[in-house]
Design a protein around this ligand. Structure first.
Ligand SMILES: Cc1cc2nc3c(=O)[nH]c(=O)nc-3n(C[C@H](O)[C@H](O)[C@H](O)COP(=O)(O)OP(=O)(O)OC[C@H]3O[C@@H](n4cnc5c(N)ncnc54)[C@H](O)[C@@H]3O)c2cc1C
Length: 457
Protein backbone atom coordinates (compact mmCIF):
# COMPACT_ATOMS: atom_id res chain seq x y z
CA UNK A 1 0.00 0.00 0.00
CA UNK A 2 1.39 3.46 -0.82
CA UNK A 3 1.84 6.05 1.91
CA UNK A 4 -1.21 8.14 1.04
CA UNK A 5 -3.48 5.08 0.97
CA UNK A 6 -2.01 3.93 4.30
CA UNK A 7 -2.67 7.37 5.84
CA UNK A 8 -6.21 7.67 4.50
CA UNK A 9 -7.17 4.18 5.62
CA UNK A 10 -5.72 4.64 9.14
CA UNK A 11 -6.90 8.19 9.89
CA UNK A 12 -10.21 10.10 9.74
CA UNK A 13 -10.87 11.49 6.24
CA UNK A 14 -10.74 15.08 7.53
CA UNK A 15 -7.18 14.61 8.84
CA UNK A 16 -5.49 13.90 5.50
CA UNK A 17 -5.13 16.60 2.83
CA UNK A 18 -3.78 15.72 -0.62
CA UNK A 19 -5.28 18.45 -2.79
CA UNK A 20 -2.28 20.53 -4.00
CA UNK A 21 -4.02 23.92 -3.59
CA UNK A 22 -5.07 23.09 -0.01
CA UNK A 23 -1.57 21.77 0.78
CA UNK A 24 -0.03 25.09 -0.28
CA UNK A 25 -1.02 26.62 3.08
CA UNK A 26 1.35 24.11 4.76
CA UNK A 27 4.37 24.25 2.45
CA UNK A 28 6.21 27.34 3.69
CA UNK A 29 7.03 29.13 6.88
CA UNK A 30 7.65 32.87 6.97
CA UNK A 31 11.13 32.48 5.49
CA UNK A 32 9.39 31.66 2.16
CA UNK A 33 12.06 29.13 1.22
CA UNK A 34 12.08 28.94 -2.62
CA UNK A 35 13.16 25.28 -2.43
CA UNK A 36 10.11 24.10 -0.44
CA UNK A 37 8.76 20.93 -2.09
CA UNK A 38 5.31 19.53 -2.75
CA UNK A 39 4.45 16.89 -0.09
CA UNK A 40 2.44 13.75 -0.82
CA UNK A 41 0.10 14.63 2.04
CA UNK A 42 -0.54 17.04 4.88
CA UNK A 43 -1.87 15.37 8.04
CA UNK A 44 -3.66 17.46 10.64
CA UNK A 45 -3.33 15.16 13.65
CA UNK A 46 -5.75 15.51 16.55
CA UNK A 47 -4.05 13.33 19.19
CA UNK A 48 -0.77 11.71 20.25
CA UNK A 49 -2.18 8.39 18.97
CA UNK A 50 -2.74 9.86 15.50
CA UNK A 51 0.79 11.30 15.47
CA UNK A 52 2.07 7.81 16.35
CA UNK A 53 0.10 6.32 13.44
CA UNK A 54 1.59 8.84 10.99
CA UNK A 55 5.14 8.28 12.25
CA UNK A 56 4.78 4.47 12.03
CA UNK A 57 3.52 4.68 8.45
CA UNK A 58 6.30 7.10 7.48
CA UNK A 59 8.97 5.02 9.23
CA UNK A 60 7.84 1.87 7.46
CA UNK A 61 7.97 3.56 4.06
CA UNK A 62 11.04 5.70 4.96
CA UNK A 63 9.15 8.83 3.94
CA UNK A 64 10.24 12.11 5.58
CA UNK A 65 8.03 14.00 8.01
CA UNK A 66 8.13 17.75 8.59
CA UNK A 67 6.47 18.54 11.94
CA UNK A 68 4.68 21.86 11.72
CA UNK A 69 3.20 24.27 14.23
CA UNK A 70 1.80 27.58 13.00
CA UNK A 71 4.36 28.11 10.24
CA UNK A 72 5.60 31.45 11.61
CA UNK A 73 9.23 30.26 11.64
CA UNK A 74 11.89 32.44 10.06
CA UNK A 75 14.51 29.84 9.14
CA UNK A 76 12.76 27.48 6.70
CA UNK A 77 12.48 24.87 9.48
CA UNK A 78 8.98 23.83 8.44
CA UNK A 79 9.41 24.06 4.65
CA UNK A 80 7.74 21.03 3.07
CA UNK A 81 9.84 18.30 1.45
CA UNK A 82 8.99 16.93 -1.99
CA UNK A 83 7.38 13.52 -1.55
CA UNK A 84 7.25 13.86 2.24
CA UNK A 85 4.48 14.31 4.82
CA UNK A 86 3.75 17.59 6.56
CA UNK A 87 2.54 16.71 10.05
CA UNK A 88 0.61 19.69 11.29
CA UNK A 89 -0.20 20.02 14.99
CA UNK A 90 -2.44 23.04 14.44
CA UNK A 91 -5.66 21.40 15.61
CA UNK A 92 -4.18 20.13 18.92
CA UNK A 93 -4.86 23.18 21.09
CA UNK A 94 -6.09 22.08 24.54
CA UNK A 95 -4.79 24.01 27.55
CA UNK A 96 -5.33 23.30 31.23
CA UNK A 97 -3.96 25.35 34.11
CA UNK A 98 -3.13 24.14 37.61
CA UNK A 99 -3.00 27.26 39.81
CA UNK A 100 -1.67 25.29 42.80
CA UNK A 101 1.50 23.99 41.17
CA UNK A 102 1.49 26.99 38.76
CA UNK A 103 1.77 24.80 35.72
CA UNK A 104 0.08 24.53 32.34
CA UNK A 105 -0.52 21.32 30.40
CA UNK A 106 -0.70 22.33 26.77
CA UNK A 107 -1.11 20.64 23.40
CA UNK A 108 1.48 21.84 20.88
CA UNK A 109 -0.82 23.69 18.46
CA UNK A 110 -2.04 26.20 21.07
CA UNK A 111 -0.80 29.68 20.30
CA UNK A 112 1.59 31.33 22.75
CA UNK A 113 -1.04 34.09 23.22
CA UNK A 114 -3.69 31.49 24.11
CA UNK A 115 -1.46 30.03 26.83
CA UNK A 116 -0.81 33.52 28.18
CA UNK A 117 -4.57 34.27 28.20
CA UNK A 118 -5.43 30.98 29.95
CA UNK A 119 -2.73 31.62 32.58
CA UNK A 120 -3.95 35.21 33.10
CA UNK A 121 -7.39 33.89 34.13
CA UNK A 122 -5.64 32.53 37.25
CA UNK A 123 -3.46 35.62 37.85
CA UNK A 124 -0.50 33.77 36.30
CA UNK A 125 1.89 34.47 33.43
CA UNK A 126 3.75 32.46 30.80
CA UNK A 127 6.64 34.88 30.09
CA UNK A 128 8.34 33.82 26.81
CA UNK A 129 7.06 36.38 24.31
CA UNK A 130 8.29 36.15 20.73
CA UNK A 131 7.04 39.17 18.74
CA UNK A 132 4.92 36.61 16.89
CA UNK A 133 3.18 35.49 20.11
CA UNK A 134 -0.28 36.06 18.66
CA UNK A 135 0.30 33.64 15.75
CA UNK A 136 2.97 31.12 16.74
CA UNK A 137 2.39 27.78 18.49
CA UNK A 138 3.82 26.49 21.75
CA UNK A 139 5.11 23.39 19.93
CA UNK A 140 7.03 25.62 17.50
CA UNK A 141 8.27 27.76 20.40
CA UNK A 142 9.67 24.70 22.14
CA UNK A 143 11.10 23.19 18.96
CA UNK A 144 13.01 26.44 18.31
CA UNK A 145 13.60 27.41 21.96
CA UNK A 146 11.97 30.72 21.12
CA UNK A 147 13.04 33.94 22.77
CA UNK A 148 11.39 37.33 22.66
CA UNK A 149 11.22 40.72 24.26
CA UNK A 150 11.10 39.91 27.97
CA UNK A 151 13.88 37.27 27.87
CA UNK A 152 16.44 39.82 29.06
CA UNK A 153 14.90 39.47 32.51
CA UNK A 154 12.77 36.32 32.37
CA UNK A 155 14.78 33.90 30.23
CA UNK A 156 13.80 31.92 27.13
CA UNK A 157 11.39 29.06 26.41
CA UNK A 158 13.60 26.30 27.82
CA UNK A 159 13.48 27.97 31.25
CA UNK A 160 9.72 27.24 31.40
CA UNK A 161 9.58 23.69 29.98
CA UNK A 162 9.21 21.07 32.71
CA UNK A 163 8.10 18.10 30.66
CA UNK A 164 6.69 16.83 27.40
CA UNK A 165 5.29 13.88 25.49
CA UNK A 166 7.32 13.13 22.38
CA UNK A 167 6.63 10.66 19.58
CA UNK A 168 9.91 9.04 18.56
CA UNK A 169 11.01 7.89 15.11
CA UNK A 170 9.80 4.31 15.73
CA UNK A 171 6.34 5.53 16.71
CA UNK A 172 6.69 5.09 20.48
CA UNK A 173 5.41 7.97 22.65
CA UNK A 174 7.56 8.81 25.69
CA UNK A 175 6.84 11.11 28.61
CA UNK A 176 9.85 13.20 29.68
CA UNK A 177 9.92 15.25 32.87
CA UNK A 178 6.55 16.37 34.16
CA UNK A 179 4.83 18.59 36.70
CA UNK A 180 7.74 18.57 39.14
CA UNK A 181 9.93 21.56 39.83
CA UNK A 182 12.85 19.35 40.77
CA UNK A 183 13.70 16.11 38.97
CA UNK A 184 17.26 15.01 38.27
CA UNK A 185 16.60 11.34 37.52
CA UNK A 186 18.40 10.32 34.33
CA UNK A 187 19.85 12.48 31.60
CA UNK A 188 18.00 15.80 31.09
CA UNK A 189 16.25 14.56 27.93
CA UNK A 190 13.45 17.13 28.10
CA UNK A 191 16.05 19.80 27.37
CA UNK A 192 17.43 17.79 24.45
CA UNK A 193 14.13 18.18 22.60
CA UNK A 194 13.88 21.91 23.35
CA UNK A 195 15.43 23.58 20.29
CA UNK A 196 15.62 20.31 18.31
CA UNK A 197 13.68 21.94 15.43
CA UNK A 198 11.55 18.92 14.58
CA UNK A 199 14.59 16.75 13.86
CA UNK A 200 14.41 14.34 16.82
CA UNK A 201 10.72 13.70 17.49
CA UNK A 202 7.23 15.20 17.45
CA UNK A 203 6.16 17.05 20.60
CA UNK A 204 2.51 16.28 21.34
CA UNK A 205 2.02 17.69 24.86
CA UNK A 206 4.02 19.94 27.17
CA UNK A 207 4.09 20.90 30.83
CA UNK A 208 4.98 24.56 31.27
CA UNK A 209 5.97 26.49 34.33
CA UNK A 210 3.99 29.67 35.08
CA UNK A 211 4.86 32.57 37.34
CA UNK A 212 2.75 35.30 39.01
CA UNK A 213 1.38 37.93 36.65
CA UNK A 214 3.79 40.64 35.53
CA UNK A 215 3.45 44.02 37.25
CA UNK A 216 2.55 47.02 35.07
CA UNK A 217 5.80 48.33 33.53
CA UNK A 218 7.18 51.84 33.17
CA UNK A 219 8.48 52.48 29.65
CA UNK A 220 11.31 54.67 28.36
CA UNK A 221 11.70 55.40 24.65
CA UNK A 222 14.96 57.04 23.57
CA UNK A 223 16.13 58.25 20.14
CA UNK A 224 19.83 58.54 19.27
CA UNK A 225 21.53 60.51 16.47
CA UNK A 226 24.44 57.99 16.39
CA UNK A 227 24.30 54.17 16.39
CA UNK A 228 27.23 53.85 18.79
CA UNK A 229 25.46 56.05 21.35
CA UNK A 230 22.44 53.72 21.32
CA UNK A 231 24.55 50.58 21.78
CA UNK A 232 26.67 52.22 24.49
CA UNK A 233 23.47 53.14 26.32
CA UNK A 234 22.46 49.45 26.18
CA UNK A 235 25.70 48.46 27.92
CA UNK A 236 25.32 51.16 30.57
CA UNK A 237 21.74 50.09 31.31
CA UNK A 238 22.77 46.41 31.51
CA UNK A 239 25.54 47.37 33.95
CA UNK A 240 23.12 49.32 36.16
CA UNK A 241 20.11 46.98 36.35
CA UNK A 242 18.10 44.11 34.86
CA UNK A 243 15.31 45.78 32.84
CA UNK A 244 12.29 43.73 31.78
CA UNK A 245 12.75 44.82 28.14
CA UNK A 246 15.65 46.36 26.22
CA UNK A 247 14.88 46.55 22.51
CA UNK A 248 16.59 48.32 19.61
CA UNK A 249 15.64 49.53 16.12
CA UNK A 250 17.91 51.24 13.57
CA UNK A 251 17.01 53.98 11.10
CA UNK A 252 15.62 51.78 8.27
CA UNK A 253 13.46 49.91 10.82
CA UNK A 254 12.24 53.14 12.47
CA UNK A 255 11.27 54.50 9.06
CA UNK A 256 9.52 51.28 7.98
CA UNK A 257 7.51 51.26 11.23
CA UNK A 258 6.73 54.97 10.94
CA UNK A 259 5.46 54.38 7.38
CA UNK A 260 2.98 51.90 8.86
CA UNK A 261 1.96 53.47 12.16
CA UNK A 262 2.53 57.21 11.64
CA UNK A 263 3.10 57.68 15.36
CA UNK A 264 5.62 60.52 15.06
CA UNK A 265 8.88 58.56 15.45
CA UNK A 266 11.98 60.64 14.57
CA UNK A 267 12.86 59.51 11.03
CA UNK A 268 16.35 61.05 11.29
CA UNK A 269 17.37 59.05 14.37
CA UNK A 270 20.01 56.35 13.78
CA UNK A 271 18.86 54.26 16.74
CA UNK A 272 15.85 53.86 19.01
CA UNK A 273 15.61 51.98 22.30
CA UNK A 274 12.42 50.77 23.98
CA UNK A 275 13.17 49.92 27.59
CA UNK A 276 10.87 48.76 30.38
CA UNK A 277 11.11 48.21 34.10
CA UNK A 278 8.47 46.08 35.84
CA UNK A 279 9.88 46.36 39.36
CA UNK A 280 7.22 46.59 42.13
CA UNK A 281 5.71 49.85 43.35
CA UNK A 282 7.70 53.01 42.87
CA UNK A 283 10.85 51.06 41.99
CA UNK A 284 9.86 50.84 38.34
CA UNK A 285 9.68 54.63 37.99
CA UNK A 286 12.95 54.96 39.94
CA UNK A 287 14.62 52.58 37.46
CA UNK A 288 13.01 54.38 34.54
CA UNK A 289 14.51 57.68 35.74
CA UNK A 290 17.95 56.02 35.90
CA UNK A 291 17.42 54.66 32.36
CA UNK A 292 16.44 58.13 31.15
CA UNK A 293 19.58 59.60 32.71
CA UNK A 294 21.77 56.92 31.10
CA UNK A 295 20.24 57.59 27.68
CA UNK A 296 20.75 61.35 28.07
CA UNK A 297 24.36 60.77 29.15
CA UNK A 298 24.80 58.82 25.90
CA UNK A 299 23.62 61.80 23.82
CA UNK A 300 19.99 60.75 23.26
CA UNK A 301 18.26 63.40 21.16
CA UNK A 302 14.92 62.61 22.74
CA UNK A 303 13.82 60.60 25.76
CA UNK A 304 10.22 59.87 26.69
CA UNK A 305 9.09 58.20 29.90
CA UNK A 306 5.60 56.87 30.59
CA UNK A 307 4.08 54.93 33.47
CA UNK A 308 0.89 54.40 31.46
CA UNK A 309 1.03 50.71 30.42
CA UNK A 310 -1.17 51.29 27.32
CA UNK A 311 1.06 54.11 26.09
CA UNK A 312 4.13 51.96 26.74
CA UNK A 313 2.50 49.07 24.87
CA UNK A 314 2.09 51.31 21.79
CA UNK A 315 5.90 51.60 21.56
CA UNK A 316 6.34 47.87 22.19
CA UNK A 317 3.88 47.22 19.34
CA UNK A 318 5.98 49.51 17.13
CA UNK A 319 8.97 47.30 17.84
CA UNK A 320 6.95 44.09 17.38
CA UNK A 321 5.67 45.03 13.93
CA UNK A 322 9.15 45.93 12.64
CA UNK A 323 9.62 42.67 10.67
CA UNK A 324 6.29 42.88 8.78
CA UNK A 325 6.86 46.64 8.28
CA UNK A 326 10.29 46.09 6.67
CA UNK A 327 8.83 43.14 4.69
CA UNK A 328 6.63 45.66 2.86
CA UNK A 329 9.81 47.12 1.30
CA UNK A 330 10.72 43.86 -0.47
CA UNK A 331 11.32 40.16 0.11
CA UNK A 332 13.45 39.58 3.19
CA UNK A 333 16.50 37.50 3.99
CA UNK A 334 16.32 37.23 7.75
CA UNK A 335 19.23 36.84 10.11
CA UNK A 336 19.27 36.17 13.85
CA UNK A 337 22.88 36.63 14.89
CA UNK A 338 23.79 37.27 18.52
CA UNK A 339 26.98 38.34 20.26
CA UNK A 340 28.21 38.72 23.83
CA UNK A 341 26.69 42.01 24.97
CA UNK A 342 29.96 44.05 25.02
CA UNK A 343 30.31 43.33 21.26
CA UNK A 344 26.84 44.64 20.36
CA UNK A 345 28.21 47.96 19.06
CA UNK A 346 30.85 46.22 16.90
CA UNK A 347 28.14 43.98 15.44
CA UNK A 348 25.66 46.75 14.65
CA UNK A 349 28.31 49.07 13.19
CA UNK A 350 29.86 46.16 11.26
CA UNK A 351 26.47 45.33 9.73
CA UNK A 352 26.08 48.97 8.71
CA UNK A 353 29.45 48.75 6.92
CA UNK A 354 28.51 45.48 5.15
CA UNK A 355 25.25 47.12 3.98
CA UNK A 356 27.16 50.10 2.59
CA UNK A 357 29.89 47.97 0.96
CA UNK A 358 27.39 45.62 -0.71
CA UNK A 359 24.84 48.37 -1.38
CA UNK A 360 22.04 46.40 0.21
CA UNK A 361 19.46 47.76 2.65
CA UNK A 362 19.86 45.96 5.98
CA UNK A 363 17.36 47.00 8.63
CA UNK A 364 18.47 45.96 12.11
CA UNK A 365 16.19 45.27 15.04
CA UNK A 366 17.49 43.66 18.20
CA UNK A 367 16.60 42.13 21.51
CA UNK A 368 19.49 44.37 22.47
CA UNK A 369 19.68 43.37 26.12
CA UNK A 370 20.41 39.79 25.01
CA UNK A 371 22.91 40.85 22.30
CA UNK A 372 20.53 39.18 19.80
CA UNK A 373 20.01 41.07 16.53
CA UNK A 374 17.77 40.52 13.52
CA UNK A 375 19.44 42.03 10.47
CA UNK A 376 16.73 42.08 7.75
CA UNK A 377 18.22 42.15 4.25
CA UNK A 378 15.76 43.67 1.79
CA UNK A 379 15.82 41.99 -1.63
CA UNK A 380 14.92 43.71 -4.88
CA UNK A 381 13.04 41.01 -6.87
CA UNK A 382 13.79 42.82 -10.15
CA UNK A 383 17.55 43.15 -9.60
CA UNK A 384 19.46 39.85 -9.82
CA UNK A 385 22.78 41.48 -9.09
CA UNK A 386 21.37 43.04 -5.90
CA UNK A 387 20.08 39.62 -4.83
CA UNK A 388 23.54 38.10 -5.34
CA UNK A 389 25.12 40.92 -3.31
CA UNK A 390 22.52 40.34 -0.57
CA UNK A 391 23.42 36.63 -0.45
CA UNK A 392 27.08 37.55 0.01
CA UNK A 393 26.18 40.09 2.69
CA UNK A 394 24.08 37.40 4.45
CA UNK A 395 27.17 35.22 4.88
CA UNK A 396 29.33 38.20 5.82
CA UNK A 397 26.96 39.13 8.66
CA UNK A 398 27.20 35.60 10.07
CA UNK A 399 31.00 35.61 9.73
CA UNK A 400 31.09 38.98 11.48
CA UNK A 401 29.00 37.70 14.38
CA UNK A 402 30.97 34.49 14.87
CA UNK A 403 34.21 36.46 14.58
CA UNK A 404 32.98 38.55 17.52
CA UNK A 405 32.41 35.40 19.59
CA UNK A 406 28.72 35.27 18.67
CA UNK A 407 26.25 32.77 17.25
CA UNK A 408 24.61 32.26 13.84
CA UNK A 409 21.18 32.06 15.51
CA UNK A 410 19.94 33.31 18.87
CA UNK A 411 16.30 32.21 18.76
CA UNK A 412 14.92 31.44 15.27
CA UNK A 413 16.87 28.22 14.82
CA UNK A 414 19.10 26.91 12.06
CA UNK A 415 16.39 25.47 9.82
CA UNK A 416 17.30 25.21 6.16
CA UNK A 417 18.50 28.79 5.73
CA UNK A 418 21.43 28.61 8.13
CA UNK A 419 22.26 24.87 7.82
CA UNK A 420 25.41 25.50 5.70
CA UNK A 421 26.84 27.68 8.48
CA UNK A 422 26.23 25.23 11.35
CA UNK A 423 29.27 22.96 10.92
CA UNK A 424 31.79 25.81 10.62
CA UNK A 425 30.18 27.44 13.67
CA UNK A 426 30.10 24.33 15.90
CA UNK A 427 33.39 22.82 14.76
CA UNK A 428 34.06 19.21 13.76
CA UNK A 429 33.81 17.52 17.17
CA UNK A 430 30.59 19.19 18.29
CA UNK A 431 29.00 18.69 14.87
CA UNK A 432 29.90 15.00 15.05
CA UNK A 433 28.30 14.80 18.49
CA UNK A 434 25.14 16.38 17.05
CA UNK A 435 25.12 13.81 14.23
CA UNK A 436 25.53 10.93 16.68
CA UNK A 437 22.57 12.06 18.76
CA UNK A 438 20.45 12.59 15.65
CA UNK A 439 21.38 9.13 14.33
CA UNK A 440 20.70 7.46 17.70
CA UNK A 441 17.18 8.92 17.84
CA UNK A 442 16.29 8.97 14.16
CA UNK A 443 18.50 6.42 12.36
CA UNK A 444 16.59 6.62 9.08
CA UNK A 445 16.57 10.43 9.15
CA UNK A 446 12.80 10.71 8.69
CA UNK A 447 12.31 13.81 10.87
CA UNK A 448 12.87 17.02 8.93
CA UNK A 449 15.83 15.86 6.78
CA UNK A 450 17.77 18.72 5.22
CA UNK A 451 16.96 21.00 8.13
CA UNK A 452 19.71 21.84 10.65
CA UNK A 453 22.00 18.88 9.83
CA UNK A 454 23.40 18.74 6.34
CA UNK A 455 25.19 15.72 4.88
CA UNK A 456 23.17 13.07 6.74
CA UNK A 457 21.87 10.17 4.67
C1 LIG B 1 6.88 38.92 12.68
C2 LIG B 1 7.60 37.80 13.37
C3 LIG B 1 8.24 38.05 14.56
C4 LIG B 1 8.93 37.01 15.23
N1 LIG B 1 9.54 37.29 16.42
C5 LIG B 1 10.18 36.29 17.09
C6 LIG B 1 10.80 36.56 18.35
O1 LIG B 1 10.77 37.69 18.87
N2 LIG B 1 11.44 35.54 18.96
C7 LIG B 1 11.50 34.28 18.41
O2 LIG B 1 12.10 33.39 19.00
N3 LIG B 1 10.91 34.02 17.21
C8 LIG B 1 10.26 34.98 16.55
N4 LIG B 1 9.67 34.71 15.34
C9 LIG B 1 9.85 33.37 14.72
C10 LIG B 1 8.75 32.32 15.00
O3 LIG B 1 7.52 32.92 15.34
C11 LIG B 1 9.24 31.37 16.09
O4 LIG B 1 10.36 30.64 15.61
C12 LIG B 1 8.17 30.37 16.59
O5 LIG B 1 8.68 29.70 17.72
C13 LIG B 1 7.76 29.35 15.55
O6 LIG B 1 6.56 28.72 15.99
P1 LIG B 1 5.56 28.04 14.94
O7 LIG B 1 4.46 27.42 15.69
O8 LIG B 1 5.14 29.04 13.91
O9 LIG B 1 6.51 26.93 14.33
P2 LIG B 1 6.78 26.49 12.83
O10 LIG B 1 7.27 27.63 12.01
O11 LIG B 1 5.61 25.76 12.32
O12 LIG B 1 7.99 25.44 13.06
C14 LIG B 1 9.22 25.88 13.56
C15 LIG B 1 10.12 24.66 13.79
O13 LIG B 1 9.60 23.88 14.84
C16 LIG B 1 9.31 22.54 14.42
N5 LIG B 1 8.08 22.16 15.11
C17 LIG B 1 6.93 22.85 15.19
N6 LIG B 1 6.05 22.21 15.97
C18 LIG B 1 6.66 21.08 16.41
C19 LIG B 1 6.27 19.99 17.25
N7 LIG B 1 5.07 19.94 17.83
N8 LIG B 1 7.15 18.99 17.47
C20 LIG B 1 8.39 19.02 16.91
N9 LIG B 1 8.80 20.02 16.11
C21 LIG B 1 7.95 21.03 15.87
C22 LIG B 1 9.20 22.63 12.90
O14 LIG B 1 9.55 21.40 12.29
C23 LIG B 1 10.20 23.72 12.59
O15 LIG B 1 11.49 23.19 12.54
C24 LIG B 1 8.98 35.71 14.66
C25 LIG B 1 8.30 35.46 13.46
C26 LIG B 1 7.61 36.48 12.81
C27 LIG B 1 6.90 36.17 11.53
Amino acid sequence: MDVVSALTSALPATAVITDPDSMDAYRWDRANDPDAGVPVAVVRATSTAEVQTVVRIAAEAKVPIVPRGAGSGLSGGSSAIAGGIVLSLDTMREISIDPVTRMATVQPGAFNAEVKAAAAEHGLWYPPDPSSFEFCSIGGNIATNAGGLCCVKYGVTTDYVLGMTVVLADGRAVKLGGPRLKDVAGLPLTKLFVGSEGTLGVITEVTLRLIPAQLPPTTVVAMFPELADATNAVLDIAKAMRPSMLEFMDKPSINAVEDELKMGLDREAEGMLVIQSDEPGEHSSVQAKIIEEICNNNSASECYLTADPDEGEAFVTARRIAIPAVEKKGALLLEDVGVPLPKLGDLVLGIEKIAADRQVTIAVIAHAGDGNTHPLLVLDPKDEDQQKRAQIAYGEVMDLATGLGGTITGEHGVGRLKAPWLAPYLGEDVMELNHRIKQALDPDNIFNPGSVYTGLV
